[in-house]
Design a protein around this ligand. Sequence first.
Ligand SMILES: O=C(O)CCC(=O)C(=O)O
Ligand SMILES: [Fe+2]
Length: 259
Amino acid sequence: MLLNQVINQTAHPIANTSYQQQSKQQFDQEGVLVLRQFLTPAALSAIVDEGNNKQDLAFYTESGHNVYLMPSDPLYPIDHSRNKHVQSSKGCITDDQIDTNSTLRTLYDADELKSFLAFVLNEEKLHPYADPLSSINLHYASEGQELGWHFDNSSFAITLLIQSPKAGGQFEYVAKHRDSGQGDMNYEGVSEVLSDGIKGTKLDITAGDLVLFRGRDALHRVTPTEGDTTRMLVVLAYNSEPNVELSESARMTFYGRLQ
Ligand SMILES: O=C(O)CCC(=O)C(=O)O
Ligand SMILES: [Fe+2]
């Protein structure tokens, strides 16, 4: 499939300067940008097919972790927001399992998309991961599976919702909930979210939407899938520097293997 058959460029003219500037301005203000119906119906349907065909290859993980995705700190109690555990469970297929001629690869590799995203993210250039697993991931959340509250390790995330469950599977976030660049942990604010004192904003997205967010500073979660339709979501992962591999510990946790 050609790029102009993959991206709905009528709604999202990513090569257009004023569209780029308007997108960047919105992203800077909100910390989140949703490009609704970014994929054409044909591209979405091809990706749904690939997702369904590959679901039995998925590696499933279930873990308890703190919101910082870091080893616990013995200086704080176990129920302090620094250490408090939340649960995450999901299945995942990795870049090496995505077809060479996949629509996802056409999208991921496209210079037009990388330039657009780099502009919005205020990065010079975007690079793929140097390891064979981490660039394109397809996540599966079947009934009861969820992602607990967390801050990502990477500074930005690009996701594409491929299939919504019948209910649940709701992405919720609290934008700009800390300033990690300044070493800010915001234990108070995290504690308020964990105790439901601060509610996350629900992002109302449907299959085919692209979402860009600053996951290192936005606290976010995905509520449990309800019903027998699996939530499918693609993560397009890039780096601001070339030749970066995802850490071995993260690869073992998420994929169960290094290559
Ligand atoms: O599934 C989503 O919508 C978000 C995924 C996410 O937060 C992550 O993979 O870190
Ligand atoms: Fe995340």
